[in-house]
Design a protein around this ligand. Structure first.
Ligand SMILES: Cc1cc2nc3c(=O)[nH]c(=O)nc-3n(C[C@H](O)[C@H](O)[C@H](O)COP(=O)(O)OP(=O)(O)OC[C@H]3O[C@@H](n4cnc5c(N)ncnc54)[C@H](O)[C@@H]3O)c2cc1C
Length: 442
């Protein structure tokens, strides 16, 4: 594993990946494992802080499929069996991942992203990807209508790197969709801000819920999360509509939100504050175009919805696997345009399903019962396992009746019309078997 030296090493690669978060690492590892020459340019030195700590059972499922789930042992990555949702009137609901059925993984895990992302990026490096930390991409290089490479800063110097493909996995920075093509659009239904911090020395005895679960407490001005990220550490975050946070300091908004959720408040009362409040704003956006001549946008670089159901990393990883498969297919002779449209529609199908789920949840004021009842106005009977599966990451299956009902709600359309690309990327065999069963029963 040699360190990439920009002054000495080759400038042309099969793929240049911008960003070494989950989307970038997984794209790079998949390409490197298939024998391609990949360079990852990451502006930070890892390990570095990142938000996005609660994972889904399907995330564990796809990591298992890739053969790397055991890089995240339970001693360091607390097992998450479910998610609790509480409201101001004392209402309580818990989604239990063990009820999904159909051979799906029954648990997920929580993580400290500094560790999680570092492990993933090292894994890409071990498989042969070249990684340059402290390399900030500043410009996109295009000629004859094709993206050909990037210019980046490393130390005091500027360099160029060229790739047969450039894969933008730069997260919210969105080097291609946001800054270069300027075709990323804000999701005006979800104009939110999030303020968060880590607590240490959190005593598990103060947890009124089930160890490892994410807690989500909602109230009229937003919601609060509490995520156990390991060894007495708790991540707590407040999400509120941007207009409600205006004029108040992040710390004041954060404290005020904690005070409203007793099941989280009691966990941090005797705890140590590990850092000041951090924040993210205007983080819900989408782009109709996710691939084009010479490039792909992967993960948050193209689309991001709302973190309430913790699907960001899952969507980043699933899109990364598909992007790498698409690049490999094109390099082996598949039609570029056709492969890219398939990628784009696959990725949009996943983000679209997740977005609809969130709209429905907000529209029913976080009330699962009301939410399910409103969906069940049709002739479909909704069993709890379909909700549990959807909240675990079942975004691409046609067999999930809740997913299908949501997709049929035209009020929830976000992207310009596009053909859905079905087929679960995590459990394709089970999904196909269930389709066959449904066909036989039907
Ligand atoms: C408030 C909040 C809470 C969230 N909670 C959850 C959660 O509980 N669970 C979950 O799954 N998701 C959550 N998310 C979403 C999650 O953070 C993202 O979806 C996930 O990190 C996306 O991965 P990515 O690899 O696409 O982007 P990132 O993880 O952001 O990685 C992008 C990388 O690109 C690098 N980069 C950026 N610009 C450049 C450049 N110019 N040159 C070189 N490198 C560059 C960055 O340094 C970074 O390392 C949350 C998001 C928010 C805002």
């Amino acid at each position: 594993m040699a360190t990439f030296d920009p002054t000495r090493d080759r400038q042309h690669h099969d793929a240049v990946v911008i960003g070494g978060g989950p989307a970038g690492s997984i794209t790079a590892r998949q390409l490197a494992a298939a024998g391609y020459d990949v360079l990852v340019l990451e502006r930070e030195e890892f390990p570095r802080f990142h938000i996005g700590e609660s994972q889904l059972p399907y995330t564990a499922g796809i990591l298992e499929r890739l053969g790397i789930l055991d890089l995240f042992p339970a001693e360091d990555f607390p097992t998450k069996w479910g998610a609790e949702f509480t409201g101001p009137s004392g209402d309580f609901r818990r989604v239990d991942f063990t009820t999904q059925g159909g051979g799906r993984r029954e648990a997920a895990f929580q993580c400290e992203r500094a560790k999680f992302d570092d492990i993933l990026l090292r894994n890409a490096e071990q498989l042969g990807a070249q990684v340059l930390h402290g390399a900030r991409v500043t410009e996109v290089l295009e000629s004859d209508g094709r993206i050909r490479g990037v210019r980046y800063r490393h130390g005091d110097s500027e360099y160029e790197a060229y790739g047969t493909f450039v894969l933008d996995a730069s997260g919210r920075a969105g080097v291609l969709a946001h800054r270069y093509f300027k075709n990323r659009r804000p999701n005006t239904r979800l104009e939110l801000v999030g303020y968060f911090k880590h607590f240490g020395d959190v005593d598990e005895a103060t947890n009124p819920g089930i160890e490892g679960d994410i807690q989500v407490g909602h109230h009229p001005d937003g919601w609060l999360w509490a995520i156990p990220i390991g060894h007495g550490k708790l991540s707590v975050g407040a999400v509120t509509p941007a207009h409600r946070a205006r004029g108040a300091s992040p710390a004041a908004v954060f404290d005020e939100h904690i005070a409203r959720v007793p099941r989280v408040k009691c966990r941090v009362e005797g705890a140590t504050v590990l850092e000041d409040v951090r924040g993210e704003s205007d983080y819900c956006y989408f782009s109709n175009t996710l691939a084009g001549d010479g490039y792909f946008s992967v993960g948050d670089a193209g689309c991001f919805v709302d973190p309430i159901f913790s699907a960001g990393v899952y969507l980043a990883i699933t899109s990364a696997v598909r992007a790498a498969d698409s690049v490999i297919a094109i390099l082996r002779g598949a039609d570029e345009r056709e492969t890219q449209r398939d990628y784009e529609n696959f990725v949009k199908t996943g983000y679209d399903c997740y977005t609809r789920l969130i709209y429905a949840f907000y529209d029913s004021e976080f009330n699962f019962g009301r939410y399910v009842a409103s969906l069940a106005n049709s002739s479909v009977t909704i069993e709890g396992r379909w909700i549990a599966r959807l909240l675990s990451g079942d975004f691409w299956s046609r067999n999930n009746p809740v997913g299908e009902l949501l997709r049929n709600n035209r009020e929830y359309d976000t992207f310009d019309p596009f053909p859905f690309v079905y087929g679960c990327p995590v459990y394709p065999e089970q999904d196909a078997a269930e389709s066959n069963e449904a066909a036989v029963v039907g």
